[in-house]
Design a protein around this ligand. Sequence first.
Ligand SMILES: [Fe+2]
Length: 104
Amino acid sequence: MVTWAPKQQSTIHNHATWGIVAMIGGQEKNTLWQRCPSEQQPDKIQLTEERVLQPGDIMAFMPGAIHCVEPVGDEMTVSFNLYGVTDYSQRYQFDPLTQTAKKF
Ligand SMILES: [Fe+2]
């Protein structure tokens, strides 16, 4: 079970495994990113989608998914999260301003 308090925000990160998130309470914005590496910026990412999960919504992630999470509004969020086995050699957090990544 995962909870987020209002005004909290996760880093931009991947999980290096599959995952399923089922919203139970509150609203959670998932901002999704994808890698778009260049020769000069091998860890470059770009925003692809923003999705607000409502109670009852279920979202699945593939191992290559990159996201950040924040509650919407003044209500705490509660979700059930299920992940596969994380490959920690491939788990990163990303900085879109510097277009860099570091182990997470
Ligand atoms: Fe996550």
